[in-house]
Design a protein around this ligand. Structure first.
Ligand code: NDP
Length: 452
C-alpha cells in the first residue's frame, strides 16, 4: 500500500477543518476520537494503509430536505429535515431523530459519527446514523406535531427501511412522535415492518426501551464503581435534564440506594436537598411527558430551590449524570465539580462534557464514562426491538432487563480492555477504551469489505 505515514493529530484536524467549515460540534467529536485512535493506528499500520479513520469521518451520505406543514391557524410552515447515514460496515444504519431548534448538519454529523462507535460497542449488528429537524416542539398542539411527523416521514421514508436504516427517538422525539411516523410510513408503503424503534408496546415496541438509556447509564456507573469496590448506595447524585434519560437515571439511582438531588430543563435547574423520591419522580413524569410543563413547577410543588438559566454543576455531590444535551459541562463547571468532591461522571446525554471538562476529569483521575459507552443501553434495546420485530415475537420483560444489564457490563469490559493507561495500572481511561474498541470493530469490517 502506498500510504505509510500516520498523520499527526494537528494534520488530521487541519484537513477535517478544511472539509467541514462551520461545523464545530462535528469537529469536536471527531477530534476526541482521533486523539486516541491515531495513537492506536501508529501501532497497527493496517488501519492507516486503509485510511479507516479518514473514511469513518466522512458520512456515507448526508441528506437534507424540506419539511412543509400547516399549523393550527392554517399558516404554512417550513422546516429543514436531515438524515446523516454515517457508516453501515457492521449492520444497517441506526440512530435517533431529534426535533430541536438547535438541530443543524454539524450537530447531526457529530451524533451520527458517535453513534457508529456506540453501536459497535453494544456488540449488536448496527451501523451509525442520526437525523432530525430544526423544529421547536414547545407549545405545539398534538395535531401540529402529527402533521409535522407525517410530512417529515413522507420524505424520509424512501431512505429508510427495516434492513436499510432504522431511526428511533432522541431529544423532542418520544413515543408520540414515533407512533405518528410509524403510522404514516405504514400508510405510504403498505408494509408493517420494524422500520422505527421506540414504538408503543401495542404495535411492536419492546419492553424497557423507554427505560433503557437512563438505566444503562446508571449500570455503567455501578460497574465503574464496583471495579474499585465502591457503590452507588448512599451517594448524592447530581443529574441534569428532565426528559426520558434523566427520568430513568433517577429511577435506577433510587433503586440502587443513591440520592438524586437535581433535575433541569432549558429554563434552569431544581435542587431538592431532601432528595427526589419515587413519588416526586412520578410528578416529574406527569409534568414532562403528559403536561409538557417546565421543571420550575417541581420547585413550587415540593418547596425545592429553582435556579433560573443555570445548570446544576455547582451542587455538592459525588456522582454526576449529565442527561440533557451536548456541551452542558464547561471547563469551569468541571473545576467546580472537582472542588465539590465529584468522584465519577457517567454521561447519559451525548457529548455533554466539553473537551476541556473531559481533560480536567482525566487529570484529576476521577472515573469518567463518555456517552458513547454509558448511554448505549438505549440503542442496545432498540437493537433487541429490531430482533423481536424480525422474528415477530415479544420477549418478556425480565429477559430484556437481564440482556440490558449484561450488555452494559460487556460495554464496560470492552472499554476496560482498551482503556489501560501506561504507568497507572489502577486507572481506566474509558474515553480511550470506548473509542478504540468501537474503532477496531468497525475498522476490521471495513477492511474485509474492500474499498467501498
Ligand atoms: P428529551 O427530549 O426527553 O429530554 C431532553 C432534556 O434536556 C429536557 O429536559 C430538555 O429541556 C433538556 N434540554 C434539551 N436541550 C437543552 C439545552 N440546549 N439546554 C438545556 N437543556 C436542554 O431527550 P432525551 O432524554 O431522550 O435525551 C437527552 C440526551 O440523551 C440527548 O443528548 C440525547 O441525544 C441523549 N440520548 C438519548 C437516548 C434515548 O434513548 N432517548 C439514547 C442515547 C442518548 P426542555 O424540555 O426545556 O427542552
Amino acid at each position: 500500500m502506498a500510504r505509510d505515514k500516520v498523520p499527526t493529530l494537528d494534520e488530521f484536524v487541519d484537513g477535517l477543518d478544511k472539509r467541514n467549515p462551520g461545523q464545530p460540534e462535528f469537529i469536536q467529536a471527531v477530534k476526541e476520537v482521533a486523539e486516541n485512535v491515531l495513537e492506536y493506528v501508529n501501532d497497527h499500520p493496517k488501519y492507516n494503509e486503509h485510511q479507516i479513520l479518514e473514511r469513518m469521518a466522512e458520512p456515507d451520505r448526508a441528506l437534507s430536505f424540506r419539511v412543509c406543514w400547516q399549523d393550527d391557524e392554517g399558516n404554512i410552515r417550513v422546516n429543514r429535515g436531515y438524515r446523516i447515514q454515517n457508516n453501515n460496515a457492521i449492520g444497517p444504519y441506526k440512530g435517533g431523530i431529534r426535533f430541536h431548534p438547535s438541530v443543524n448538519q454539524s450537530v447531526l454529523k457529530f451524533l451520527a459519527f458517535e453513534q457508529t462507535f456506540k453501536n459497535a460497542l453494544t456488540g449488536l449488528p448496527m451501523g451509525g446514523a442520526k437525523g432530525g429537524a430544526n423544529l421547536d416542539p414547545k407549545g405545539k398542539s398534538d395535531a401540529e406535531i402529527m402533521r409535522f411527523c407525517q410530512s417529515f416521514i413522507t420524505e424520509l421514508y424512501r431512505h429508510v427501511g427495516e434492513d436499510v436504516d432504522i431511526p428511533a427517538g432522541d431529544i423532542g422525539v418520544g413515543g408520540r412522535e414515533i407512533g405518528y411516523m410509524f403510522g404514516q410510513y405504514k400508510r405510504i408503503t403498505n408494509r408493517y415492518v420494524g422500520v422505527l424503534t421506540g414504538k408503543g408496546l401495542e404495535f411492536g415496541g419492546s419492553p424497557i426501551r423507554v427505560e433503557a438509556t437512563g438505566y444503562g447509564a446508571v449500570y455503567f456507573m455501578e460497574d465503574m464503581l464496583k471495579r474499585v469496590n465502591e457503590q452507588i448506595d448512599g451517594r448524592i447524585c447530581v443529574i441534569s435534564g428532565s426528559g426520558n434519560v434523566a427520568q430513568h437515571a433517577v429511577e435506577k439511582v433510587l433503586a440502587l440506594g443513591g440520592k438524586p438531588v437535581s433535575l433541569s430543563d432549558s429554563s434552569g435547574f431544581i435542587y431538592d436537598k431532601s432528595g427526589i423520591t419515587t413519588e416526586k419522580l412520578a410528578f416529574v413524569k406527569e409534568l414532562k411527558n403528559k403536561r409538557r410543563g417546565r421543571i420550575e413547577e417541581y420547585a413550587k410543588e415540593f418547596g425545592a430551590e429553582f435556579h433560573a438559566g443555570q445548570r446544576p454543576w455547582a451542587i455538592a455531590g459525588e456522582l454526576a449524570f449529565p442527561c440533557a444535551t451536548q456541551n452542558e459541562i464547561s471547563g469551569e463547571d468541571a473545576k467546580i465539580m472537582l472542588k465539590n468532591g465529584i468522584i465519577a461522571v457517567a454521561e447519559g446525554a451525548n457529548m455533554p462534557s466539553t473537551l476541556d471538562a473531559v481533560r480536567l476529569f482525566h487529570e484529576a483521575r476521577i472515573k469518567f464514562a463518555p456517552g458513547k459507552a454509558a448511554n448505549a443501553g438505549g440503542v442496545a434495546v432498540s437493537g433487541l426491538e429490531m430482533s423481536q420485530n424480525s422474528a415477530r415475537i415479544t420477549w418478556k420483560e425480565p429477559e430484556l432487563q437481564r440482556l440490558l444489564r449484561d450488555i452494559m457490563q460487556e460495554i464496560h469490559d470492552r472499554c476496560q480492555r482498551y482503556g489501560g493507561v501506561a504507568g497507572d495500572k489502577n486507572y481506566i481511561d474509558y474515553v480511550k477504551g470506548a473509542n478504540v474498541a468501537g474503532f477496531v470493530k468497525v475498522a476490521d469490517a471495513m477492511i474485509a469489505q474492500g474499498v467501498v
